[in-house]
Design a protein around this ligand. Structure first.
Ligand code: E4P
Length: 219
């Protein structure tokens, strides 16, 4: 399973990129708004550090003409931009047209299997089910990922990739991988925590103490 970083913060992206664990980045208007910088500058900088790996950047228009105009503009900023389009009727219409133009789309704000099916039929490269927000209202977000996985696997001509989104904790990452999600997009703090285990820290400390006590050295 690929891991994308869900942030528009350049420092976080650079740190996670140095760890060598991220396969892409997803941003959204909320995340971009926190940076206090021009959107284009943010996107271009992230795209540059990510090389050929995909970077999702979202449109904010909701009418078809506006969406298409913004999508074409944003996708011209770098070759690895993936345009994020919300899962609304005009969004599906826009995806159909952008697919024919060869523009990659991440269809965002997906909360049902039927929505995902329509995103895939329209030609979205990715569909993003928001599992944390479903959990927040008492639903089982991961069940949505399971259903979308099954639907997409039922048809050879639907090759949309699932990005498990709105990830809140390590268990979401693990369950996404167990269910065969293609990608999980993860906030920096969740990614950082996913590396840690108390027994790893205790075990390491014991190894280091024993080594020192024995007076050993590698060189
Ligand atoms: C996905 O691409 C979104 O940016 C993100 O996962 C939303 O997560 P949130 O529910 O934590 O805002």
């Amino acid at each position: 399973m690929k891991i994308f970083l869900d942030t528009a913060n350049f420092e976080d992206i650079r740190t996670a990129n140095d760890w060598g664990v991220i396969d892409g980045v997803t941003t959204n208007p909320t995340l971009a708004g926190r940076e206090g910088r021009p959107f284009r500058e943010i996107v271009e900088e992230i795209c540059d550090v990510m090389g050929e790996r995909p970077v999702s950047a979202e449109v904010v228009a909701t009418d078809i003409e506006g969406m298409l105009k913004e999508a074409r503009e944003v996708s011209s900023w770098a070759s690895n931009v993936v345009v994020k389009i919300p899962l609304i009727p005009t969004g599906i219409q826009a995806i159909t047209i952008l697919y024919q133009e060869g523009i990659k789309v991440n269809c965002t704000l997906c909360f049902s299997p039927a929505q995902a099916l329509f995103a895939a039929k329209a030609g979205a490269t990715y569909v993003s089910p928001f599992i944390g927000r479903l959990d927040d209202i008492g639903h089982d977000g991961m069940e949505l990922v399971a259903q979308i996985r099954q639907i997409l696997d039922n048809y050879d001509n639907l090759d949309t990739q699932i990005i498990t989104s709105s990830v809140r904790h390590t268990r979401h990452i693990v369950r996404a991988a167990l269910l065969g999600s293609d990608v999980a997009t993860v906030p920096f703090k969740v990614l950082e925590k996913a590396f840690h285990h108390a027994l790893t820290d205790v075990g390491l400390q014991r190894f280091l103490n024993d080594w020192e006590e024995a007076g050993l050295s590698i060189f």
